[in-house]
Ligand binder design. Structure first.
Ligand SMILES: O=P(O)(O)OC[C@H]1O[C@](O)(CO)[C@@H](O)[C@@H]1O
Length: 564
């Protein structure tokens, strides 16, 4: 396969997804589905609960409570085919340069290939490279977990601080929290990301430098927040240990995860203690690369292997299942159905798992940094809305906060519910009742009530006063997808992440955009650097171009005791 995929991914300057036959068919079809309520759909198709459920690895994905019919799926699959989703998927897996604006392969799927798989890209044996790094991570992890790796004063490590931001933080912290049950009992993980010093200060306050290991995670090793935090952490460590800059103590307490060996060395970290990855791993697709080092230290190399195997199971499903029965593809296409044909602007994700609290935040970067684009890969302005706003909270907490709007508000907000049959531990009961059963009863109840609601007649029949009836009507017909798995294991977490990675890809491919670059975050970084000089300088700044920023900056300088 050629590595130059510009033709396929640019789609040709004339290709406009909203002008395709399938798109027009979906516009017409939407009017038909709009006239039906989920109550009617379940009467017309009594077995749709089973028929519209797809198995992807261990994930049981029930799409039946969506505003769809069998025909909707056929039309959406036709749209995906017209957009070339299958060819683009195959090209991505094969290592083609699908990230056209940066001329890079996109191979997070290679990070979870088994050791005996084969993939050579641009002359490089990718599988061998991946497993060499995994082995190095595993060896290091074993040494830290066993106490063989010690700090400068010979004490075993008790605390691991991951310093990173964006994809170099959200994946590690989300997975560390989600896999709480699998963590090493003698090691505590901490995550510092924000350039607000409060983040680092709060973490350092509870730490003993002698037993702390910092993992500085940054693909580029130039990210302002990460380098600032790492520099401050190094100064803290040196002061706490009573040694000076350049002291070899740093090597025992700082390791790096990066693609940039020069910057790692310049920072003062021994590149023997650097775990590498490659420019074909995007930041938001990197938790399964060396960026997962702090997670591997927490859960051990075997569990990390299971985590990767989970990703791979869903990769294989995505790669081989027909679109009509393909979990990630359907999740994407039904999401796109709401964005583009029902004017839905957001997508809620509700994990019924407290340990998955950070999953919605993780998905925000994955989906919104990927698909928040308004030009196509070929540089044309898109003709359709793209990237939804992802948000959510664990159930049941969300029920007592924003579910009111989901049930009776005016916006159409499709929601993904994620739940597990078995808790990772069920030691506590409430009067003999399982906590977990209470949690899951709520999961099932919410998806049921969102779909079917309660009519004015039913409410009146209960003797509710007529003036109160309209307030109590539950319209129903609110779509949700239920994603269930046997248990939140490392493998299942990997499967869930891969599910959302691939749904993000499919959406991007239908929209014709490049989900793998993020040019939109650059200008803000440059501007912050420019303003650093303005707000921190002794000299009174020259007038700034706009009166709002100018007045704010002068006010800020005054507050900080600087000349305004
Ligand atoms: O790992 P790095 O290079 O520090 O980048 C951190 C994050 O910054 C971004 O580039 C956006 O600013 C993300 O894509 C990335 O995950």
């Amino acid at each position: 396969m050629t590595t130059n995929m510009r033709g396929l991914f640019d789609g040709g300057a004339d290709f406009d997804i909203s002008s395709t036959v399938s798109w027009h068919a979906l516009v017409t079809h939407q009017q038909h589905v709009y006239s039906l309520h989920l109550r009617e759909l379940f009467v017309m198709e009594p077995d749709r609960g089973r028929e519209l459920t797809v198995q992807a690895g261990d994930l049981r994905i029930d799409f039946s409570k969506n505003l769809i019919t069998g025909e909707t799926i056929e039309l959406l699959a036709a749209l995906a085919r017209e957009a070339g989703v299958e060819e683009k998927r195959d090209a991505m897996f094969a290592g083609a340069h699908v990230n056209t604006s940066e001329d890079r392969a996109v191979l997070h799927t290679a990070l979870r290939l088994p050791r005996d798989a084969e993939l050579v890209v641009d002359g490089q044996d990718v599988v061998a490279d991946v497993h060499a790094v995994l082995d190095a991570m595993g060896d290091f992890t074993d040494r830290v977990r066993s106490g063989e790796w010690t700090g400068h004063t010979g004490k075993a490590i008790t605390d691991v601080v991951n310093i990173g931001i964006g994809g170099s933080d959200l994946g590690p912290v989300m997975a560390y929290e989600a896999l709480r049950h699998y963590r090493h009992p003698g090691l505590t993980g901490h995550f510092v990301s924000n350039s607000d010093p409060a983040d680092l200060v709060a973490v350092l306050a509870g730490l003993d430098a002698e037993t702390t290991l910092f993992v500085v995670s940054s693909k580029t090793f130039t990210t302002l927040e990460t380098i600032t935090n790492a520099t401050a952490a190094k100064a803290w460590l040196l002061a706490e240990l009573g040694v000076g800059e350049g002291d070899p103590a740093v090597e025992k307490h700082f390791v790096a995860v990066s693609t940039n060996a020069d910057e790692v060395a310049a920072f003062g970290i021994d590149t023997d203690n650097m775990f590498g990855f490659w420019n074909w791993v995007g930041g938001r697709y990197s938790i399964d690369s060396a960026i997962g080092l702090s997670l591997m230290i927490a859960i051990g190399r075997e569990r990390f292997g299971e985590f990767l195997a989970g990703f791979h199971a869903v990769d294989e499903h995505f790669r081989t299942a027909p679109l009509e029965a393909n979990g990630p593809a359907l999740l994407a296409l039904i999401g796109l159905w709401y964005s583009n044909f029902w004017d839905a602007q957001s997508q809620a994700v509700m994990p019924y798992s407290n340990d998955m609290e950070r999953f919605p935040a993780y998905l925000q970067q994955l989906t919104m940094e990927s698909n928040g684009k308004s030009v196509t890969a070929g540089g044309q302005h898109v003709t359709t809305p793209t990237g939804s706003v992802y948000w959510g909270e664990p159930g049941t907490n969300g029920q007592h906060a924003f579910f009111q709007l989901l049930h009776q508000g005016t916006w159409l907000i499709p929601a993904d519910f994620i739940g597990f049959a078995n808790p990772v531990d069920d030691r506590l009961t409430a009067d003999g009742r399982s906590f977990h059963d209470i949690l899951m009863a709520n999961f099932f109840a919410q998806t049921e009530v969102l779909a079917f609601g309660k009519t004015a007649d039913d409410i009146a029949d209960e003797g509710v006063p007529p003036t109160l009836v309209p307030h109590k009507v539950m319209p129903g017909n609110r779509p949700s997808t239920s994603i269930l798995a046997p248990q939140l294991t490392p493998s299942v977490l990997g499967q869930l992440i891969a599910l959302y990675e691939h749904q993000t890809f499919v959406k991007g491919m239908v929209w014709g955009i490049n989900p793998f670059d993020q040019w939109g975050v650059e200008l803000g970084k440059q501007q912050a650097n420019a303003l650093m000089g303005v707000i921190g300088d002794d000299a009174v700044p020259a007038p700034l171009p706009d009166s709002s920023t100018d007045a704010m900056v002068r006010w800020y300088r005054e507050q900080r005791g600087r000349k305004a």
